[in-house]
Design a protein around this ligand. Structure first.
Ligand SMILES: Cc1ncc(C[n+]2csc(CCO)c2C)c(N)n1
Length: 224
């Protein structure tokens, strides 16, 4: 069995929780309060800056020129494509350039990005890929699921978001990352696989916490 299949089977219940989170459901049925999505967009912008750094670290740790080139491409598409969606939304939600630049990470954003950066800096290439994969894989799955809801992709505010993450381009990125993890884990001892499983589980849980943070408009205690 491929390692990705093992992860997929084992984490089904947690994935279901992510898909069923009221924030995700609210994007799908269009009822999510705009204030919550606005908060999410700003935090996600900060998240993506650090996430892009993980692709730079992936290029550093890559063992072939081909893999290195792929990470360089991912770095480019995150900074220049995915983040451009955030900039487009900024206009719709009245977020100014200044607000993006001045924004500070909420506790969960900080914990999530710093956990990934810690794993990316201190671990192997397989550790790094296990840390970044839930982000790509779960958004693709969520995008595909929400795009099945009639009218969801045409929603005035959330339609573009659904279209982007259900697109085949994003699917290909997720698939590349899944294949890389499968290659890197071939014939690896069980102890190593268990460690990778834990990293993957942790960032899958952080994905849930990111939805929860946005739904609750999480703040630092001193900001209340
Ligand atoms: C909290 C959070 N988790 C996942 C993604 C999705 N995502 C981030 S980078 C990337 C691939 C390359 O751009 C994808 C699909 C997000 N935006 N925010």
């Amino acid at each position: 069995m491929k390692f990705s299949e093992r992860l997929y089977d084992k984490l089904q219940p947690i994935w279901r929780q992510n898909h069923d989170h009221p924030f995700v459901r609210g994007i799908g049925d269009g009822t999510l309060e705009r204030e919550k999505f606005r908060f999410f967009m700003i935090q996600d912008y900060l998240y993506l800056i650090d996430y892009a750094k993980l692709f730079a670290l992936g290029a550093m740790k890559a063992d072939t020129v081909e893999t290195m080139g792929k990470f360089a491409g991912l770095l480019n598409s995150t900074l220049n494509e995915e983040m451009s969606l955030h900039r487009q939304y900024a206009a719709k939600f009245g977020i100014t350039e200044d607000e993006f630049e001045q924004a500070k990470p909420a506790p969960t954003t900080l914990a999530y990005t710093h956990y990934m950066l810690h794993v990316g800096q201190n671990g192997t290439l397989a550790d790094l890929v296990a840390a970044v994969l839930p982000c790509m894989w779960s958004y693709w799955e969520i995008g595909k699921e929400l795009s099945q809801i009639p009218g969801a992709s045409d929603h005035e505010f959330y339609g573009e978001w659904i279209k982007m993450y259900s697109s085949s381009e994003f699917g290909e990125l997720a698939e590349w990352c899944i294949d890389l993890l499968d290659q890197l884990t071939e014939n690896k001892p069980e102890a190593e696989l268990v460690k990778l499983e834990e990293i993957f589980l942790n960032t899958t849980r952080f994905e849930y916490m990111f939805w929860e943070m946005s739904y609750r408009l999480e703040m630092w205690p001193t900001d209340e």
